[in-house]
Design a protein around this ligand. Structure first.
Ligand code: PLP
Length: 484
């Protein structure tokens, strides 16, 4: 017994390293704070992209402790300094959000008290905060108060949850799969296909509906296809619309599709991961008419609410459908089910049990700043998109059609050289420079440069800088092409 106690105390002594003293904690904070401040202060002048490779081995683990100062240095150089700088306002590719600082503070708080956000029993406060966020979203999107929902790691898992509910509500099991049909835009995000595969629906029939000239689902085509499928005695059960496609930011005609879904008793899912929060803007509110008709809806706070990466959301009107898919219990959970509340557990609407208390990173900023600056940022992004497109035309670029939201594309036209090769090379030059970052896509077999203006840090001066860089790169490249 004495030996046992002695050993326990020895181990306690070694493991106390994991509970730094207040002095040590302050010291850590000071170092992290200094780095965070210089990182943010320098954002205006730092690169939005660096294609530099990371140094071999610097980040590897050997079990031996190292000083925080060195770890911060390695982080700054190898992690924050390479690839896309997702915090930079110059990030105009993919779908940027920026990542507001007060979410980082919220994460810190959530991690210190380590709230268990899966079950009401474990942390009623955390669960109530999550449900308040979901309630707020329901009110924005016109969903009824009794809808269910969940905060997820992102849009991919949020879509997965919604599609599972659709599957289970329509009882799409093995015998029904070969005849069951999903209607989709060819511009729908690939995470939908991924989710269908994960949930065992890869063998359902997927009908990609033709798009109209604005890259939105053509509702006449949709109608015709459903009628045909029904007369062929197939089993249409799900329509997926997108409110803000990834390639062109198109918002499908939500109301008309909603009516078709209702008439045919199909589950109506809307993926608004990118576009959803533009419903808060004065300019674009009306594009979202009909979103309230959805049976399930996905949004990504880490896009349109500028929250750092790792937060998506799903709302599902039919609570039973989603609980049927995700509510489980077990003997070792009996204590948690003993208290009777009307509040359901986040774990009942998610494949996760133990989960990050991600609601706090939305709740704290919303409470601290109010909604106004968020809306102002979204409205600013729409105006910056128009401004950018006008400026591009002024310097001789061509732009894609007027976008629904803040994703658009452009290219430099040429009659003498291969246009695709020229624009590809142009994007390479922009990447090499790294001051701003764009991505690219293929539209109608044409290589185009894609711009997505969504970071809360993208400002008028950012766009002016982007224009200057694009213009210089174009001039230089033209010389090069002409000599070749
Ligand atoms: C970003 C996006 C997704 C995927 O969401 P993640 O948060 O990256 O998992 C799905 N659909 C649309 C329309 C998106 O823009």
């Amino acid at each position: 017994m004495k030996k046992l106690i002695q050993r326990i105390l020895e181990l306690e002594n070694i493991s106390k390293e994991l509970e730094p003293s207040e002095l040590k904690r302050n010291e850590y904070h000071q170092q992290i704070q200094n780095y965070a401040n210089s990182f943010i202060n320098d954002l205006e002048i730092s690169k939005a992209y660096s294609d530099e490779k990371i140094k071999q081995g610097v980040l590897s683990i050997n079990g031996i402790k190292k000083p925080l100062s060195r770890l911060i240095k390695d982080y700054a150089n190898e992690v924050a300094g390479k690839g896309i700088n997702a915090a930079s306002g110059g990030h105009l590719g993919y779908v940027p959000g920026g990542g507001i600082y007060t979410s980082a503070i919220a994460d810190f708080l959530a991690d210190v008290t380590n709230e268990y956000a899966g079950l009401y029993y474990a942390s009623p406060g955390a669960v109530v905060i999550e449900n308040e966020i979901l309630n707020w979203m329901k009110s924005i999107f016109g969903f009824p108060e009794n809808a269910a929902g969940s905060l997820t790691s992102g849009g991919s898992i949020a879509n997965l949850i919604a599609l599972t509910a659709a599957r289970d509500h329509h009882k799409i099991k093995s015998d029904k799969i070969p005849k069951s049909i999903i209607y989709l835009s060819p511009q729908a995000h690939h995470c939908i296909n991924k989710a269908l595969k994960i949930i065992g629906l890869e063998d359902v029939i997927i009908r990609y509906i033709d798009l109209d000239k604005h890259s939105r689902i053509d509702v006449n085509k949709l109608n015709e296809q459903i009628n045909k499928d029904k007369s062929d005695l197939l089993n249409p059960f799900l329509i997926i619309a997108t409110a803000g496609t990834t390639d062109t930011g198109a918002v499908d005609p939500l109301m008309e599709i909603g009516k078709i879904a209702q008439r045919n008793k199909l589950w109506y899912h809307i993926d608004a991961a990118y576009g959803g929060f533009f419903i808060l803007t004065h300019q674009k509110k009306e594009l979202f008419n009909g979103i309230e008709m959805a049976d399930s809806l996905v949004t990504d706070p880490h896009k349109g609410l500028f929250i750092p990466s790792g937060t998506g959301a799903v709302l599902v009107k039919n609570k039973e459908a989603v609980l049927q898919s995700y509510q489980y219990t077990a003997n070792y959970m009996q204590d948690s089910t003993r208290i009777n509340t009307n509040i359901y557990n986040p774990a009942d609407v998610s494949p996760e049990l133990t989960r990050h208390f991600r609601a706090l990173r939305i709740w704290l900023p919303l409470q601290l700043h109010g909604i106004e600056p968020f809306i102002a940022c979204l409205e600013e992004k729409l105006l910056l998109t128009s401004y950018f497109r006008n400026k591009l035309l002024e310097i001789g670029f061509k732009t894609g059609p007027e976008p629904d939201l803040s994703i658009s594309y452009f290219w430099y036209p040429s009659e003498t050289v291969d246009e695709n090769a020229f624009n590809q090379k142009l994007l390479e030059l922009i990447h090499k420079d790294g001051t701003v970052f764009f991505s690219s896509t293929i539209i109608n077999e044409k290589f185009v440069i894609r711009m997505a203006i969504l970071s809360f840090r993208t400002k008028l001066r950012t766009i002016n800088k982007a224009i200057e860089i694009l213009n210089n790169a174009r001039v230089n490249l033209e010389k090069e092409f002409n000599y070749a």
